[in-house]
Design a protein around this ligand. Structure first.
Ligand code: AMP
Length: 282
């Protein structure tokens, strides 16, 4: 397994793989890997000949006062896990090599998807994401790139960016991997105190309850939303950032629950913000 720090060297490596006729798969991550990341790596190994995993905590997608500095990092542990998965190359650039100047060109995500859910309370977050993913695509030159449904809005914004800017990359999405009690795996779960870790199961429980309501015939988005808010409110210390119900393809508003529907939420426990979502087909 090659560990490559320099963008130029990474590009050279990928070019050589392409020339040899290999199909390159890229799994972009911010490290501190868990089974959610590894499930994407395994999918990449199935579908591609050469697998690159990038590990980069991208400063420009973190807002003022967010957790960039304390974001968990453990490169040697991550490299051990990736080695076991049979990854071919790990791209670990420095911030300086990705953003050498203060003023940089950025990629603006489409407003209709960017300014709701996670975009509302994290201004500039998705511009940071589309910018870094564009750079990773140009550096790692993947044929296929793998993103988790855990970050549903991010995956939709990237799919749209790829279509709009004609990136020659196929996007494959991987299902959400959960802990046995239903909590979606996340590098940020380590921030939770044991009490909050227990309370955090309310995210998935509220999604399942909402799906149940819909399956029993509820078609009014506001009533489903209210029921979720009510359930989360019961949990001491849980602060709702958003609970939303949207069309799963373009995040447009729904007058009634019909078709592929995305139930999505973000909840804070102290300074830890967790997200989760569920797709429901009606
Ligand atoms: P991150 O390191 O949090 O930026 O995540 C890197 C990639 O892993 C993103 O495409 C995420 O959506 C995906 N991912 C994170 N958590 C999970 C999970 N629990 N299940 C599946 N994919 C995940």
């Amino acid at each position: 397994m090659q560990v490559i720090e320099s963008p130029q060297e990474m590009q050279n490596w990928s070019r050589a793989q392409s020339r040899a006729g290999f199909r390159i798969g890229l799994v972009p991550t911010m490290g501190f890997l868990h089974e959610g990341h590894l499930s994407l790596v395994r999918k990449a190994r199935e579908l591609c000949d050469a697998v690159v995993v990038s590990i980069f905590v991208n400063p420009i997608q973190f807002g003022e006062g967010e957790d960039y500095d304390r974001y968990p990092r453990d490169l040697s542990r991550d490299l051990g896990l990736l080695q076991k998965e049979g990854v071919d190359a790990v791209f670990t650039p420095t911030v300086k090599s990705m953003y050498p100047e203060k003023e940089q060109t950025t990629v603006e995500p489409v407003a209709g998807m960017e300014n709701k859910m996670c975009g509302r309370n994290r201004p500039g977050h998705f511009r940071g994401v589309t910018t870094v993913v564009s750079k990773l695509f140009n550096i790692c030159l993947p044929d296929v790139a793998f993103f988790g449904q855990k970050d549903a809005q991010q995956a939709l914004i990237i799919e749209k960016m790829v279509r709009d800017l004609n990136f020659p990359v196929r996007i494959v999405k991987g299902e959400i991997i959960r802990e046995p009690d239903g909590l979606a795996m996340s590098s940020r779960n380590v921030y939770l105190s044991p009490e909050d870790r227990e309370k955090a199961t309310v995210l998935y429980r509220s999604l399942l309850m909402a799906r149940d309501l819909i399956n029993r015939g509820e078609r009014e988005p506001s009533r489903v939303r209210e029921a979720m808010l009510e359930m989360i409110k019961q949990v001491n210390g849980a602060q709702v950032d958003y609970v939303e119900i949207y069309n799963a393809f373009d995040l447009s508003e729904l007058e009634e629950i019909r078709g592929q529907v995305l139930l999505a939420l973000a909840v804070r426990f102290g300074t830890t913000r967790l997200i989760d979502n569920l797709l429901v087909e009606v």
